[in-house]
Design a protein around this ligand. Structure first.
Ligand code: NDP
Length: 284
C-alpha cells in the first residue's frame, strides 16, 4: 500500500508556521495584509475568496476585501491595483480569476507590483523562477514541492514527468522540479506515447483536468503520484486526474483527492503573504 501524502496535515503545519511568523511581525509593529479583489459574483470565486479570507483570519493576516460589481471597467480595476501597489500597509494583492469577459486578464496581472504578486503570476515572477532569482512562485506547484519535501521524498536526480503545461500549474511545476535537480519531462495534449513516458516516471505530476484519466498502466511500480486535478463526479464525490483506487496499490506514494494538493494552495498563499511582509519591511 502506498504512502498517502497527507496534504491536510502538511498544509495545517505550514499555516501554523505562518501564524508564528505573523505574530513575530506584529510584535515589531508590522501587520501583514492581503488585498483580495473579486469582480462580479461568480459563485465558485466567492467560495475561493471566502476560503482565503478564512485562512487569513486563522493565520493573523489582515484581509482587505474589494468586491467590485460585474460592470467595473478595466481602467477602474487597474486604478485600484495601482493604488494598492502604492499602499505600504498592503503586502499582497490578489485578483480572483477568472475576471469577466470584458476584462484583459494579462494586463491585470502585469499591473500588480511583482513585490506584492503573492499568486506568482506576474511575468517578472515567472521569469525570476526560470533564472533562479528570488520572486513569488505560483502557490499550487510551490505547495507540491512542500508535499514532497515534508514527506521525505527525494527529488534530486529523479525522473519527473509533469503532465500539463498551464502557466499556473504545469510550467512552474516543471521549473521547480528542475530547480530541485529533477530530470524533468513536460507532457501536454500533443505528446506522443504519453503512457510510456509516464510509466518511466519516478515522480508523476498529473495536471490535465480530466477525471480519473491516469490508471495503473501510466504508473511505474513504487512511483510517487501527485494528483493536481479536482473534479466533482456525478455521485457528488470529489476525484482527481488519477484513478486513485486503481493506482494506490502500485504507487509508492500518492496524494488523495480531497486532502492532497488542494489544501496546499491556500497555505502557500498565506506563506507568500507573510514572506512579502518580511521582504517589504526588511525584517526576519
Ligand atoms: P489547464 O486546462 O489550464 O491545462 C491543462 C493542461 O493539460 C494543458 O497543458 C493541456 O495540454 C494538458 N492536457 C489536457 N488533456 C491532455 C491529455 N489528454 N493528455 C496530455 N495532456 C493533456 O488546467 P490547469 O493546469 O489550470 O489545471 C489542471 C487541473 O488541476 C484541473 O483539474 C484543475 O481543476 C486542477 N487545479 C487544482 C488546483 C489545486 O489547488 N489543487 C489549482 C489549479 C488547478 P495543451 O497545453 O496542449 O492544451
Amino acid at each position: 500500500m502506498a504512502l498517502i501524502i497527507d496534504g491536510k496535515k502538511i498544509s495545517s503545519d505550514i499555516k501554523e508556521e505562518v501564524k508564528t511568523k505573523v505574530a513575530a511581525l506584529k510584535s515589531k509593529g508590522i501587520r501583514p495584509c492581503l488585498a483580495v479583489i473579486q469582480v462580479g459574483k461568480d459563485p465558485a470565486s466567492t467560495v475561493y475568496v471566502g476560503n482565503k479570507k478564512k485562512a487569513c483570519a486563522y493565520t493573523g493576516i489582515e484581509s482587505r476585501a474589494y468586491e467590485l460589481p460585474e460592470e467595473t471597467t478595466q481602467e477602474q480595476l487597474l486604478e485600484l491595483i495601482r493604488r494598492l501597489n502604492e499602499d505600504d500597509t498592503v503586502h499582497g494583492i490578489l485578483v480572483q480569476l477568472p475576471v469577466p469577459d470584458h476584462m484583459d486578464e494579462k494586463e491585470i496581472i502585469r499591473t500588480i507590483s511583482p513585490a506584492k504578486d503573492v499568486d506568482g503570476f506576474h511575468p517578472q515572477s515567472v521569469g525570476a523562477l526560470s533564472i533562479g532569482e528570488p520572486g513569488f512562485v505560483s502557490c499550487t506547484p510551490a505547495g507540491i514541492i512542500q508535499l514532497l519535501k515534508r514527506s521525505g521524498i527525494e527529488i534530486d536526480g529523479k525522473n519527473c514527468v509533469v503532465v500539463g503545461r498551464s502557466n499556473i500549474v504545469g510550467k512552474p511545476m516543471a521549473m521547480l522540479l528542475l530547480r530541485e535537480n529533477g530530470t524533468v519531462t513536460v507532457c501536454h495534449s500533443h505528446t506522443r506515447n504519453l503512457r510510456e513516458i509516464c510509466s518511466r516516471a519516478d515522480i508523476l505530476v498529473a495536471a490535465i483536468g480530466k477525471p480519473k484519466f491516469f490508471d495503473a498502466s501510466y504508473v511505474k511500480d513504487q512511483a510517487v503520484v501527485i494528483d493536481v486535478g479536482i473534479h466533482r463526479g456525478a455521485d457528488n464525490k470529489l476525484c482527481g486526474d488519477v484513478d486513485y483506487e486503481a493506482v494506490a496499490d502500485k504507487a509508492g506514494a500518492i496524494t488523495p483527492v480531497p486532502g492532497g494538493v488542494g489544501p496546499m494552495t491556500i497555505a502557500m498563499l498565506m506563506s507568500n503573504c507573510a514572506e512579502s511582509a518580511v521582504r517589504m519591511c526588511g525584517h526576519e
